[in-house]
Design a protein around this ligand. Structure first.
Ligand code: GTP
Ligand code: MG
Length: 327
């Protein structure tokens, strides 16, 4: 029995149950953020309980800002503490609880599982600026789908660089996915077309299309994404079922303007927030959540195929403060 003949179990990444069980991955990914919070908050309370006065509130505000959550959310948290504790003493645990509750309220989103095709392959287009983590995120998604018993066809529609095709080929071989490539510098839309055709032919469950990095201001390259979409939707009317925007968490606030440009030009359906492990600014997920209608679907926490967590606000916030629970 060939790989693609396997009977497929129900795909859990697309189930309607909230995804949990990624706390360990989030803790690893948010180690730098957690460490920064731990050190700073411990300092804040180094002489014991604090009176909630302007000095205290300003110090806490400065700590929150360092995580890149943005001034709006940090102001909310400060105001909440002020109105609940004005001039009274607060202990560290109580202050943290208020911070966590506020962060959760800001980060929570309706569950956003992968939207699977009703019939035939689910097509996922992956877009973003250069080096944001697209190809690595595709490897991680491929691993996740294959673990769930799905067969995957990859389309190497980043035809600009031979190295890009090679990078995806190595992942495909390692993970057990089929790959469709084009001639160097060939039309990315034609590679996408052939990848989807191959997925249909093989009755594959998922087809993921890698694209070259581009800036949202590069009009002709953004139009090229439009062409890829049109080609795909001619083959499968409701495809692509997902257009994932990969944002680099280490790029901080830059990611926000990227998300705006891409979601308008490429009709994105969700965000993969890559490289959260590379920054202490894990709070960046909040402005991303607040300023867009796009759900954060996945979070990249490392360079390996296993380093992908399904986004869940509760686990994310718990992991941000994990240091306090273990000490
Ligand atoms: N630490 C860490 N590194 C990551 C993560 N995701 C990607 N990277 C690294 O970031 C670099 C760029 O990743 P790629 O996946 O090649 O990015 P890309 O968007 O495909 O890049 P282009 O195709 O050149 O636009 C690589 O060195 C990856 O290993 C992550 O979640 N954590
Ligand atoms: Mg790439």
């Amino acid at each position: 029995m060939g790989f693609f003949d396997r009977k497929k179990p129900a795909a859990t990444s697309g189930s309607d149950k909230p995804q949990k069980g990624f706390l360990g991955l989030f803790k690893r990914g948010l180690e730098k953020t957690g460490q920064l919070l731990y050190t700073d908050v411990r300092d804040l309370f180094k002489e014991g309980d604090r009176v909630v006065d302007d000095a205290f509130l300003n110090e806490l505000f400065a700590i929150l800002i360092k995580t890149d959550m943005g001034t709006g959310p940090a102001t909310n948290i400060r105001d909440e503490l002020k109105s609940e504790y004005r001039s009274r003493k607060i202990e560290m645990a109580a202050a943290l609880q208020i911070v966590k509750d506020q962060l959760l309220a800001l980060m929570r989103q309706p569950d956003a599982p992968i939207q699977h095709a009703e019939n035939g392959p689910t097509v996922i287009l992956v877009v973003g600026v250069n080096g944001s983590g697209k190809t690595t995120s595709i490897a991680k998604l491929t691993q996740m789908f294959i673990r769930e018993g799905n067969s995957v066809v990859l389309g190497a529609a980043d035809t600009f660089r031979a190295a890009a095709v090679q990078q995806l080929t190595i992942w495909a071989e390692r993970l057990g996915a089929e790959i469709v490539k084009g001639e160097p510098a060939s039309d990315p839309a034609s590679v996408a077309h052939r990848a989807v055709a191959r997925a249909i032919e093989l009755q594959a469950d998922v087809c993921i299309i890698d694209t070259a990095g581009r800036l949202q201001t590069q009009t002709s390259l953004m139009q090229e994404l439009g062409k890829i979409r049109r080609v795909i939707s001619k083959q499968i009317p409701d495809a692509p079922h997902e257009a994932m925007l990969v944002l680099d968490a280490t790029a901080g606030q830059n990611g926000i303007s990227q998300a705006r440009g891409f979601s308008e030009a490429a009709s994105c359906t969700g965000i993969v927030l890559a490289k959260i492990d590379g920054t202490a600014k894990g709070g960046v997920v909040i402005p991303i959540r607040q300023e867009f209608d796009l759900p954060v679907k996945f979070v990249g926490v490392g360079e390996q195929a296993d380093d992908l967590a399904v986004f869940n606000a509760d686990e994310f916030v718990e992991a941000m403060f994990a240091e306090y629970f273990t000490k």
